[in-house]
Write a protein that binds this ligand. Structure first.
Ligand code: 1PR
Length: 535
């Protein structure tokens, strides 16, 4: 019957569930959206991707009478797959915005990761599971990494052990999945966990069929270092949206016409990097600072198409700020971000606007809550907000010469300088600002950034390796994850940055676009060097 190929989806509109939808469709199912509590009670199989904050999710579930329906559905042991916050909501309560009461089906409370002993929070990335019990849906993930992104977690205890089917280690041991009868919940994101994640969804959707097991080729034991492929996107002089790549941020060819350098089409390249094993894909709309991104519909279209085929996290940046268009209509940065999330982005990345916000915060000492950074992280959670820093190295003889944090550099400046500070820029490196990368990183962490994308204009496109001094300085200064960027030219540059700094991920562009070293070779090299990566 037609009901057999329908999944009921509980989407209460708080974030990106586009990739869940895409994954379900990819596996051959149609989606019926829950409109009323009865839709839950009548579902053949229900997927509940919780997004947003715990408190507001519970509020919506009560207001719409979905909470009661969910409880009944679960008590009747009907097929359920809850994802991320969806798992947390099954517990008694959460510390997030709270304490706030949950659905109370599973004993235990949800608490925040403890970042006091150097643990980076949010927990972002590909981690390993310890399977504690057969559940029917996790058959393929033994020894494989799956993608997590969260700051809160539930802890296994004697009271909930009959529910727990796997745990994960991050600082402490937390609950990675729940399975009892037909009721399943996972803290990680199957829709963002590549082939392994899709196989979990497949086993949930086709519970009675004999699916062949995926080859057990992994050796996952802990949080893997991530390799991120970055696509700098802009319209070329003909008006087509293309992937470009600069040298120290200059994307024009050194020819008479100085045309925009073109390295491929965004959707195609993103799909290729997914197949190659990129752990994330980032799109940077590099002229977003001057072109209004919602006017730039092609970028939204790129995200929509890319998210149909790319089942790892997608980040998009460029032009996220308040904006008034030529008709006088005002758009808040939150509206811009929401449009990106709706189109398939998992994270948004803020460059210029975060610099202004940090400057003001440092000047006044007051968090106004009004900056785009603060607003977006309040609504979507800080794990959804990346701050992209575009610094330029400035050598100094003496740390006291400047009011900014300096670091001793591993190779001296042109006049024998032994120190440098890193000046933040806005508008794609076009304007230097009176703030250092160190000061900016600390300020944006306090303002709600969940991750830092750390570029370096001096190294960008040079292929001579990452700026280790800068990355060490910043990754030691903050407790949110830092993505090292700019300068990768060989597999050894990736192992160097992970060996010498506390970066959680490394991002590269040119090396992948020019097919000099493909992603699988980078990962092979890292494995050989004893650095854990996702295979
Ligand atoms: O300021 O919020 O509109 O955001 C603009 C975004 O666009 C920022 O994230 C900024 O980094 C980016 N951007 C602006 N101009 C350029 C440019 O190149 N002219 N690209 C640009 C930045 C830097 C990296 C690059 C790495 C790795 N690109 O993302 O991909 O340096 O390159 P490599 O591996 O080839 O060395 P806003």
């Amino acid at each position: 019957s037609s009901g057999d190929s329908v999944v009921t989806l509980l989407d209460y509109g708080a974030g990106n569930v586009r990739s869940v939808r895409n994954a379900i469709r990819r596996l051959g199912f149609d989606i019926k959206d829950v409109r009323t509590p009865e839709d839950i009670l009548n579902a053949n199989r229900l997927i509940f991707p919780g997004v947003g904050a715990f408190g507001s999710a519970m509020e919506v579930l009560y207001k719409t009478r979905m909470a009661e329906a969910l409880r009944t559905y679960i008590e009747k042991d009907r097929p359920l797959l809850a994802i991320c916050l969806g798992l947390q909501l099954l517990f008694e309560s959460s510390e997030e915005n709270g304490p706030v009461k949950g659905l109370g089906l599973i004993p235990g409370t949800v608490g925040r990761f403890n970042s006091s002993n150097g643990l980076r929070v949010p927990h972002i990335g590909w981690n390993a599971l310890e399977i504690t019990r057969d559940s029917g849906i996790l058959d393929d993930i033994r020894n494989r990494h799956v993608y997590f992104v969260h700051s809160y977690r539930a802890i296994p205890s004697d009271d909930n052990k009959e529910w727990v089917s796997s745990t994960c280690n991050y600082g402490d041991k937390f609950i990675a999945s729940i399975s009892r009868g037909n009721v399943h919940a996972v803290q990680f994101h199957p829709e963002k966990s590549g082939d392994v994640g899709l196989s979990i969804l497949r086993r949930f959707l086709y519970p009675k069929s004999n699916l062949t097991k995926m080859p057990d080729q992994g050796k996952a034991s802990k949080l893997a270092k991530r390799i991120i492929a970055c696509l700098d996107v802009r319209t070329n002089d003909k008006g087509d949206l293309v992937v470009t790549k600069g040298d120290q941020y200059d994307v024009r060819e050194q020819t008479k016409d100085k045309e925009v350098r073109t390295l491929g089409k965004p959707v195609e390249l993103a799909g290729q990097y997914y197949v190659d094993g990129a752990d994330e894909v980032s799109f940077l709309n590099i002229t977003g600072f001057r072109d209004f991104p919602l006017g730039d519909l092609p970028m939204l279209q790129v995200l929509r198409y890319a998210s149909e085929n790319v089942f790892v996290p997608l980040t998009v940046g460029g032009g996220i700020r308040d904006f008034t268009d030529s008709n006088g209509r005002h758009y808040s940065s939150l509206e811009v971000a929401s449009e990106y999330f709706r189109s398939g982005a998992d994270k948004i990345s803020i460059g210029s606007d975060a610099v202004y916000a940090a400057e003001e915060y440092i000047r006044t000492g007051v968090k106004t809550g009004k900056s785009s950074l603060e607003q977006i992280s309040r609504v979507y959670g800080n794990q959804a907000v990346v701050v992209s820093i575009d610094p330029r190295r400035i050598y100094v003889k003496n740390p006291d010469d400047v009011e900014f944090k300096t670091t001793r550099v591993s190779s001296q400046g042109p006049n024998g300088e032994a120190y440098a500070w890193y000046q933040c820029t806005v508008n794609g490196g076009r304007e230097g600002r009176p703030i250092g990368a160190y000061e900016l990183a600390k300020a944006v962490e306090e303002l709600g950034a969940g991750e830092i994308l750390l570029n370096c204009i001096d190294c960008d496109g040079q292929g001579k390796g990452f700026d280790i001094d800068l990355i060490k300085l910043i990754s030691d200064a903050v407790s949110i994850p830092v993505i090292a960027s700019s300068g990768a030219g060989a597999a050894e540059h990736f192992s160097e940055v992970f060996a010498k700094t506390n970066a959680s991920a490394a991002l590269a562009a040119g090396i992948f676009h020019r097919k000099e070293v493909p992603i699988p070779l980078v990962k092979e090299h890292l494995l050989k060097e004893g650095i854990e990566v996702r295979i």
